[in-house]
Design a protein around this ligand. Structure first.
Ligand SMILES: [Zn+2]
Length: 112
């Protein structure tokens, strides 16, 4: 399942970051999901919660997905958010961003 591997990747990325910083627990993971990634963020959060239960470090971890608008450009000079048809010339614009799934922040708790 597409969403499962994404959820697992996010978990693995956060886990690496947490271990690097000797975290006691992970509190929040913020993720940016491009709208053109064709991913259902609710599904990713749900799957993340099933993965989370296996790892004491993540028992209270919350996964927060923010959807980001796609950005496109066209050879005619158009730049904007239209994905399928360029509003200036009618061609198919090129996707500059919008497919990415990125961890933007991992909030952790460490020992004093
Ligand atoms: Zn155009």
């Amino acid at each position: 399942m597409h969403e499962y591997s994404i959820a697992y990747d996010l978990y693995a990325t956060a886990r690496t970051a947490a271990l690097e910083h000797k975290a006691k627990k992970v509190k929040k993971i913020s993720v940016e999901v491009g709208k053109m990634a064709m991913v259902n963020p609710e599904q990713v959060v749900f799957l993340f919660e099933t993965i989370r239960e296996e790892d004491p470090l993540f028992l209270q971890a919350v996964l927060e997905c923010h959807e980001t608008e796609p950005q496109t450009k066209c050879p005619c000079g158009y730049e904007g958010n239209e994905v399928y048809v360029c509003p200036k010339c009618g061609a198919l614009p090129e996707l500059v961003r919008g497919r990415e799934i990125v961890v933007t922040n991992v909030e952790i708790e460490v020992d004093d």
